[in-house]
Design a protein around this ligand. Structure first.
Ligand SMILES: *[C@@H]1O[C@H](CO)[C@@H](O)[C@H](O)[C@H]1NC(C)=O
Length: 282
C-alpha cells in the first residue's frame, strides 16, 4: 500500500495542479518584483508629450516626435532587444495577408525565447505561473506555452493565417479601418525614427511610464494606442503572459509601487488552442 500511495502522492505534485485563483495582492507583489528586476529597462528614455488630444481628433497636436531621447546603441545591442529587433521585420502588417514563417524566422523566434529565458524577469514569471498551476515546472514547458500564446499564427478576421499575438502587440497591424494592436514602445520609437509614424498627441499619461497616444502609422490612424515606455521586451512578455494566463478576457488589475495598473488581454481560440488576441494597458 505504502509505495502506491507514495507514488500517487508524487504524481499529484509533479503534474500541473489545479489552477489557483490569483489575488490582486499576489499579482501586485509579482509585478512590482518584475518591475524592480527589470535590469534591461531603458531608464534613460525621455518622451515629450506635447498636446493633449482625443480618439476622434483629426488634428496634429504634436509637431515633434514622442521619443526625444533613446540611447539606441546602448539598449538595442543588449541580447533581448537585439533578438526582438530581428523579429520585428518578419511580419506582413496587413490583416488579410498570410504570414509565412521561414526557417530563419523560426530560428529568430527560438533565439528570442532563449534570450528572455536567461532573465530574472522571465524566471520569476515562470516560477509564479508554475506555483499557481498555470504552466509546468520546466523552462521547456513554459516555452511551449509562450510559443502557443505569442507565436502560433491564426486568422484574425477571415480564413487567412495573418496574425499572431506577437505581431499584434509588438509589431502592429493594419486593416481597412486603421491600425490595430501596436502596444510596444520600442516599435513605436523605431517606426517614428524611420518616418513611418506620426505622433499626434497623448490621451492619457500615468505612472509608471504608461501612455495612451493618438498616432498615424503608414498613413493609417490609431485612435488610441497604449504602452509602458522603457520596459524591456522580457518585461512586456512576462506581464502580458501572466495577465493572459490568470485573467484572460478580464481586467488584470495590480499595482506597481502603489501605482494602480490595469491590463487587458483577450483570447483568440483557433485550432483547439488559445492564443493572445490582444494585450494592452489601460
Ligand atoms: C479594475 O480596475 C478598473 C478601473 O480601475 C475597474 O473599473 C474594474 O472594476 C477593476 N476590475 C477588477 C476585477 O477589480
Amino acid at each position: 500500500m505504502l509505495p502506491n500511495l507514495l507514488s500517487g502522492f508524487l504524481v499529484c505534485f509533479c503534474a500541473i495542479g489545479a489552477q489557483g485563483a490569483v489575488t490582486a495582492g499576489q499579482l501586485s507583489d509579482l509585478m512590482t518584483s518584475l518591475w524592480h528586476s527589470d535590469v534591461n529597462a531603458a531608464t534613460s528614455v525621455r518622451v515629450q508629450l506635447q498636446g493633449h488630444t482625443y480618439t476622434g481628433s483629426t488634428s496634429d497636436r504634436a509637431t515633434s516626435p514622442l521619443f526625444s531621447y533613446v540611447n539606441d546603441q546602448y539598449y538595442f545591442s543588449r541580447p533581448t532587444y537585439a533578438a526582438l529587433l530581428s523579429l520585428l521585420d518578419n511580419y506582413n502588417h496587413a490583416v488579410g495577408s498570410a504570414e509565412h514563417t521561414s526557417a530563419q524566422e523560426s530560428q529568430e523566434v527560438t533565439s528570442f525565447l532563449d534570450e528572455i529565458s536567461k532573465t530574472t524577469v522571465m524566471q520569476k514569471a515562470h516560477d509564479f505561473l508554475s506555483q499557481h498551476g498555470y504552466v509546468g515546472p520546466t523552462w521547456s514547458d513554459f516555452e511551449t506555452t509562450l510559443r502557443q500564446i505569442w507565436f502560433a499564427t491564426y486568422p484574425r478576421h477571415g480564413g487567412t493565417y495573418d496574425s499572431s499575438g506577437f505581431e499584434h502587440v509588438f509589431v502592429g497591424e493594419t486593416d481597412s479601418k486603421g491600425v490595430v494592436g501596436f502596444h510596444n514602445w520600442i516599435q513605436f520609437h523605431l517606426q517614428e525614427q524611420k518616418g513611418n509614424l506620426d505622433y499626434l498627441g497623448y490621451i492619457f499619461s500615468k505612472a509608471p511610464n504608461t501612455l495612451g497616444v493618438h498616432f498615424m502609422w503608414l498613413h493609417k490612424t490609431k485612435a488610441l494606442g497604449s504602452f509602458i515606455y522603457g520596459t524591456s521586451p522580457e518585461f512586456d512578455i512576462a506581464m502580458f503572459t501572466v495577465c493572459y494566463l490568470t485573467h484572460k478576457n478580464q481586467h488584470c488589475n495590480f499595482s506597481v509601487d502603489g501605482h494602480n495598473m490595469e491590463v487587458l488581454t483577450y483570447e483568440m481560440t483557433h485550432g483547439g488552442g488559445g492564443h493572445l488576441g490582444t494585450g494592452y494597458v489601460n
